[in-house]
Design a protein around this ligand. Sequence first.
Ligand code: ADP
Ligand code: MG
Length: 167
Amino acid sequence: MFEELTLEPGGFGYHDHGAYGIVFANVDRTRIVKVYRTCQDWEHAEKVFKSEVEAIAVASADRDLRPLTASDLIARSGCSLIDRDGRDRTDLIFGDLAFEVSFLEGEFVKLNDCPGSEADHLRGLLREAGIDGSDDVSVVFDATGQVRYVVDFAMTKSEQQWRDGAL
Ligand SMILES: Nc1ncnc2c1ncn2[C@@H]1O[C@H](COP(=O)(O)OP(=O)(O)O)[C@@H](O)[C@H]1O
Ligand SMILES: [Mg+2]
């Protein structure tokens, strides 16, 4: 559904999406931009955005997490979307709720779908770093079954709790 979109500035092409964001990659697949979708209300999207950006910064400064997480975080603002026919589709995103970070290669799977000691170990590392929101985490496993890469974590806990007004 978002496949034909291009993110400007930069001409990043569609890569993947989730409930909160659409992820675009540059042509040489070294950088991605995650931009937050307008299917959430602004207040909620902004909270999730801030919590995720802070968590990436915290992970980048953590000895154990740094090798597993995307690096060189840059805030993005004024993002817009163009479809294949040149039509503006910026209505799909909050163009100021976006960040750019390194591209992590591999097949991402939901951590919660992969029970086991590796998953528990990773949740422990995140918690020790003060990152409590690991419910949505996706990971890439290496050939030996160890976690190679991690995305989609936040400082504060469940996004559902925000929605319910508990946080
Ligand atoms: N740094 C990255 N490098 C490569 N792919 C990524 C990166 N960040 C996210 N992705 C891809 O985009 C998908 C959606 O990103 P995610 O952060 O999980 O969004 P959401 O919060 O909407 O669930 C991920 O499952 C993954 O496939
Ligand atoms: Mg996700």
